[in-house]
Unconditional design. Structure first.
Length: 288
């Protein structure tokens, strides 16, 4: 059984004529007759009978007509549902990122994606780099924006940004030197990230200067650190990306580190991932 057979059967029942149904479908009458016979063999019942010169559905045929109409309606609705996907206006993208990228980069990226693909479904998961890469490798995410490095043979990695790490304190510390080194920061109360690639980079920066960071408090949230710093509870080392909003200038003292400390942000996808339109659009939005 196929849709063409059902459509031919419905046309014969509606028009009362094999020849009329053939003309509507652009087929020959024998072709229509063959489709009806195939359908009758499939169900094992007679579906069309002749009453005088008119072809009419049998009792079984009348019942099939009801179901044929429902099938045609369902097929039509299915085609309509698939149309946005075929045109590239709908789909799904699953993004993994660190907390900083999620807060300060993703809103602009998602806005751009929604403008280009209004029906796009976007889901976001935050975590540290190893967690995000694990989900990416297991195909629970489509792409990731993480602090590099992003090791793994399964991944295609593209560096998309360099983000400077800076010393941040409350606005009351504005008399602090314009550049701070590891020794001067070690003499201050420190509020640092808890774990992750960024914290590892910070610890290595202190060690390279012969110092060891001993934070008074550690947090997994950049926004939590910012609020505590604004409340004059200590100094933090944060991505400049997280303190470059206009309102931050009125709340924080921001100083460069000596030597300068940067972290790299990378766009990561699986090498074997099919580059659907949503994925291509997302990658381009992050590059922009």
């Amino acid at each position: 059984m196929n849709l063409e057979q059902l459509r031919s059967f419905a046309s014969v029942a509606e028009l009362g004529s094999f020849s009329a149904a053939a003309e509507r479908a652009g087929l020959t009458q024998p072709a229509i007759s063959l489709q009806i016979r195939q359908l009758e063999r499939h169900f094992g019942v007679r579906l069309i009978e002749r009453v005088g010169r008119r072809a009419q559905p049998t009792l079984a045929g009348e019942e099939l007509l009801v179901h044929a109409g429902l099938i045609e309606k369902q097929v039509s609705e299915t085609m309509e549902a698939m149309a946005p996907h075929r045109s590239g206006l709908a789909g799904r993208i699953r993004i993994g990122s660190g907390a900083t990228a999620c807060i300060y980069i993703l809103p602009r990226v998602i806005t751009r994606l929604k403008e280009r693909m209004p029906g796009l479904e976007v889901t976001v998961r935050t975590g540290n780099t190893p967690e995000i890469l694990r989900d990416l490798e297991n195909n629970r995410l489509d792409l990731a924006i993480v602090t590099l490095p992003a090791p793994g043979r399964a991944f295609e990695v593209e560096k998309i940004a360099e983000d400077e790490l800076v010393a941040v304190a409350s606005i009351r510390e504005k008399s602090a030197p314009q550049v701070l080194d590891a020794e001067s920061l070690c003499n201050r109360t420190l509020l640092l990230y808890e774990g992750g690639h960024t914290r590892k980079a910070i610890d290595e920066w202190f060690r390279a200067a012969g110092q060891t960071a001993r934070p008074a408090m550690q947090f997994g949230s950049v926004e939590a650190i910012k609020e505590l710093v604004a409340s004059e509870l200590g100094w933090a080392i944060l991505p400049r990306l997280s303190v470059r909003q206009a309102q931050d200038a009125a709340r924080f003292t921001i100083r460069s580190l000596s030597p300068r400390l940067d972290r790299s942000l990378g766009l990561v996808v699986r090498r074997d991932k099919h580059l659907s339109r949503p994925l291509r659009e997302a990658m381009q939005a992050f590059r922009a």
